[in-house]
Design a binder for this molecule. Structure first.
Ligand code: ADP
Length: 462
């Protein structure tokens, strides 16, 4: 029928516009490498912030002792104790998760940090004798703070703005390590804050601890970001003395990357313009878990409206932004039952569409595939951009290729198998022969263990 032909036309147009061919991916990778150069040259030189982390010693894998982590990045925070046993690795770890009462997310800085310091003190108070530190030595803490921060040194940084439902006006512009330290003093907790880090940097540390060939980390979760190890002499905007290692970690904030080579559609344009941060985080908006489901919803909405895909009326729930979550897209995409019953039941549960034909279900799986594949392939192109910047992508004649490992973390990468497989095959496609020496590896819990590892590698007692 005419309606079905129209739906088919919308689907083919989507496929066409989302298709990231090998040559397009190469252009994206080149643009990423170029923007990296520009962002390293000067602050504001690129959409990529290329933030200097002040981490100049990543863990080697032989660290010893007990270290702590504090992870604040959402409605929960965690305190963690990690016991490192030299070559034996992580011997023991314990943690407490505490949810933040909503009124503290919008109250005063004093109240929030008092609450956190009290939880930390409680965690330490119940420690056994085994954790007594050598005499005269303070406990050391790595602080993962996943909000935008202008870092001033390894253990200081000012809060640029709150996100994710927090709104504590008097903390903006303040050094958040100072805020934490003052609160620790108020509760009588004597502890050093050794490093202030971002979760991507923690993932890099976590990965490198397990595997010395790790050179970069990428997070693919609700949002997306990347960090990598850079030579100081390749950072024109670096000021001050060069650290002994000659290197530092750069937090790329790659979610804000954009390029004319990105395959964008009308769905992306409207998603962006109706978002809380129009014009920003364009790469993130086509790749990450927060948005993939929403893109699929927008395609389905157009099909409902213009091709009566769901019948004469548009299912009311389909009009609700973000009602279709990425884990649901993933579940539908992985449906292998002959009648696609997972797709059918999701349509029923979420969109309240009780009857769907097999043809409709197949079309929906195809939309999921198109949207997820585009995201995965572009993430792969981003990784190749980093490898290009570091000169690790080509196979050089007569040279033994260095091994490069990328540490990956985040729910999207970990749980969305087809996304992950697509990313890995796009990497092979782009790297050719060099792919033999380049691998991606899952690296869990950078914001916890990674932070403790960075407290260890930057310990004041070394
Ligand atoms: P965050 O990025 O929020 O700190 P995670 O790394 O755990 O935390 O990522 C959670 C995100 O991962 C979710 O918002 C969701 O988009 C995505 N995700 C989780 N599970 C799945 C899944 N099964 N399939 C696809 N995406 C998933």
């Amino acid at each position: 029928s005419g309606k079905w032909a129209k739906a088919e036309a919308i689907l083919r147009e989507l496929e066409d516009e989302c298709w990231a061919s090998t040559s397009k991916l190469r252009q994206v990778a080149d643009a990423m490498a170029e923007e990296m150069h520009a962002g390293l040259a000067s602050d504001g030189g690129s959409k990529l912030k290329m933030l200097i982390s002040y981490i100049d010693k990543l863990p080697k894998g032989d660290e010893n002792g007990v270290f702590y982590a504090l992870d604040l990045g959402g409605t929960n925070f965690r305190v963690m104790r990690v016991q490192l046993g030299g070559k034996e690795g992580v011997i023991n770890k314990e943690s407490d998760q505490v949810s933040i009462p909503p009124h503290l997310m919008v109250g005063s800085s004093h109240e929030l940090f008092d609450f956190i310091a009290a939880a930390l003190a409680k965690f330490i108070a119940k420690e056994g004798e085994d954790f007594n530190l050598p005499h005269g030595r303070k406990r050391e803490l790595g602080f993962t703070f996943s909000f935008p921060v202008r870092q001033l040194s390894l253990a200081s940084g000012t809060l640029i703005k709150w996100t994710k439902g927090f709104f504590i006006e008097d903390a903006v512009g303040q050094d958040i390590v100072e805020e934490l330290k003052k609160a620790m003093e108020r509760v009588g907790l004597d502890m050093s804050v050794t490093a202030l880090i971002n979760d991507t940097v923690g993932t890099l540390a976590r990965g490198k601890y397990n595997n010395p060939n790790v050179i970069a980390a990428v997070i693919l979760g609700t949002g997306t970001n990347a960090a990598y190890v850079e030579k100081i002499h390749a950072i024109p905007k670096w000021q001050g003395p060069t650290p002994k290692s000659g290197e530092t970690v750069i937090n790329m904030e790659w979610g804000s990357f954009r390029s004319s080579h990105l395959p964008l559609t009308e769905y992306d344009q409207s998603l962006d313009s109706e978002s809380l941060n129009p014009g920003e985080q364009i790469f993130e908006k086509i790749i990450s878990g927060m948005y993939l489901g929403e893109i699929v919803r927008r395609v389905l909405y157009r099909m409902a409206k213009e091709a009566s895909f769901f019948g004469d009326t548009i299912p009311p729930n389909l009009k609700i932004p973000f009602i279709l979550r990425t884990p649901v897209v993933s579940a539908m995409h992985h449906d292998i039952s002959p009648d696609l019953k997972v797709v059918g039941s999701k349509l029923n549960d979420i969109l309240e569409v009780p009857d769907s034909s097999l043809e409709m279900r197949k079309t929906i799986v195809e939309i999921c595939d198109i949207v997820a594949s585009r995201g995965a392939r572009l993430a792969a192109a981003g990784i190749v951009g980093i490898l290009k910047k570091l000169g690790r992508d080509p196979v050089k004649e007569g040279e033994k290729q260095q091994r490069s490992v990328i540490a990956l973390d985040g729910g999207l990468f970990e749980h969305y198998t087809k996304f992950r497989n697509c990313l890995e095959s796009a990497l092979k496609e782009l790297l050719g022969e060099a792919a033999d020496n380049i691998v991606v590896e899952l690296s869990n819990d950078g914001s916890g263990i990674g932070a403790a590892l960075l407290a260890a590698s930057h310990s004041q007692y070394l």
